[in-house]
Design a protein around this ligand. Structure first.
Ligand code: S3P
Length: 433
């Protein structure tokens, strides 16, 4: 059953939020420690539908994963060659990261793995991993001419010496190739057209893998021995914090403190973009957690100007682009997002769903083939919008609702459980009259 949430304009936004653990890092901490030898404690792991899908799948490879009494997760890794053919179909739910990264692992594991997911995931392109993993020696078949899930992989023999340019600038694809590369009989090189998030390289390196990285060219030297388990404390997710960063920037009376937010350079495009629009974002208490840079953010209301977002900035803010369109709607002048065709193959077609959602609020917005054109400065009117089952769209609708005149209803509001199960409670906590 889907739920709806109705909200009205917030007079003031005040408070502190510690956002949940980073989704990308949570998946990686779980998967990579499942490949490693030894016991790892993971603290701050995101507890959400997506990460639970990953845990569920890893258990099917025979990995022992348990919840400790303090809420942390324990992974008892037996080494990457001790993973066994999964005992059942791997249901990745809504999670593209689970399906694509696990596919890389499946290429290295002897036997057959079958990966599937929900309606949204079964409509997302998998040829982007099928092609490189096939080149690396895996036998793969997938629905719709090897392009859509379910995906069936017969793995066990990975050929090294490959130099692969992925068809899209995608950290998921890069990671799938590198994970298969761990099992290869020689080096594997990924050449990216644009740099993407580097959590995979960083965490695998901390576990003993060796890389040589030159610009956007990443070479993995396969390990002679097993990777070793590492304890990880997962920082807060900047893609989750993004909703509060944007809403505080566009609301006329806001000051929000966001604790413990990961600010990895490959993920922090939103901060750069909002600052270039005139945003008031302070970063305090910078430190490292789990090998990743982290800060506490204070975000206050600001008068924003429109911005052009394209090129190398796109992968650095890929999941935040719908929220940038909302910021553009409030800003003076026009905001143009381009080179972002990848948005069309996310949990929903986010060019279309963002266009539809913001149009419902009365925003002057146009769909471009590879992005969005937003004419700022108009009024935002309360609306009924549907998340299309996409967690980021539900949060976009809520953010718009907090500044809109009149009432807003977000239909299919439960989709937030994919990345931020406590979203609606946190929202209530910062609204003041
Ligand atoms: C992710 C990478 C991005 C992002 C997704 C998570 C990851 O996807 O949109 O939410 O954890 O590697 P792409 O790599 O396909 O752009």
């Amino acid at each position: 059953m889907t739920i709806s949430k109705t909200l009205s304009t917030a007079a003031k936004l005040r408070g502190e939020i510690t956002v949940p653990g980073d989704k990308s890092l949570s998946h990686r901490a779980l998967m990579f420690n499942s490949l490693a030898k030894g016991t790892a404690h993971i603290k701050g792991l995101l507890d959400s539908d997506d990460t639970n899908s990953t845990i569920d799948c890893l258990q099917k490879f025979g990995v022992d994963i348990q919840r400790d009494s303090d809420g942390s997760i324990l992974i008892f890794g037996k080494g990457m060659r001790a993973l066994t053919e999964p005992i059942d179909i791997l249901d990745c739910g809504n999670s593209g990261t689970t399906m694509r990264l696990l596919s890389g692992i499946c290429a290295g594991v002897s036997g057959i793995s079958i990966l599937t997911g929900d309606d949204s995931l079964r409509s997302r392109p998998m040829d982007r991993i099928v092609k490189p993993l096939t080149l690396m020696g895996a036998q793969i078949s997938a629905r719709n001419n090897d392009s859509l899930p379910p995906v069936m992989i017969r793995g066990g023999k990975v050929i090294g010496g490959q130099r692969i340019t992925p068809s899209a600038a995608s950290a998921q694809v890069k990671s799938a190739i590198l994970l298969a590369g761990l099992y290869a009989d020689g080096e594997t090189t990924v050449v990216e057209s644009k740099g993407t998030r580097d959590h995979t390289e960083k965490l695998l390196e901390a576990m003993g893998a060796q890389f040589s990285i030159e610009g956007n060219e990443i070479t993995l030297i396969p390990p002679q021995n097993d990777l070793f388990a590492v304890d990880v404390t997962v920082p807060g997710d900047i893609s989750t914090a993004a909703v509060w960063i944007v809403v505080a920037s566009i609301h006329p009376d806001a000051e929000l403190v966001l604790r413990n937010v990961g600010i990895n350079e490959t993920r922090s495009g939103l901060i750069d973009i909002l600052r270039s629009m005139g945003g008031d974002i302070k970063l305090d208490n910078k430190r490292y957690i789990g090998g990743e840079p982290v800060a506490d953010l204070t975000v206050c209301s600001a008068s924003l100007n429109g911005v052009q977002v394209n090129g190398e900035l796109i992968p650095r803010a890929i999941d935040e682009l719908p929220l940038i369109a909302l910021a553009g709607a409030v800003a003076n002048g026009e905001t143009v997002i381009q080179d972002a065709k990848e948005l069309r193959v996310k949990e929903s077609d986010r060019i279309k769903t963002t266009f539809e959602a913001l149009s419902a609020f009365g925003v002057n917005i146009k769909e471009l083939d590879d992005g969005l054109h937003v004419q700022g400065g108009g009024s935002i009117n309360g609306a009924i919008m549907n998340s299309s089952g996409d967690h980021r769209l539900a949060m976009l609708g809520a953010a718009a609702g907090l500044i809109a005149s009149g009432e807003t209803t977000v239909e299919d509001a439960g989709s937030v459980t994919v990345s931020y199960p406590t979203f609606w409670e946190d929202l209530e906590g910062i609204c003041q009259s």
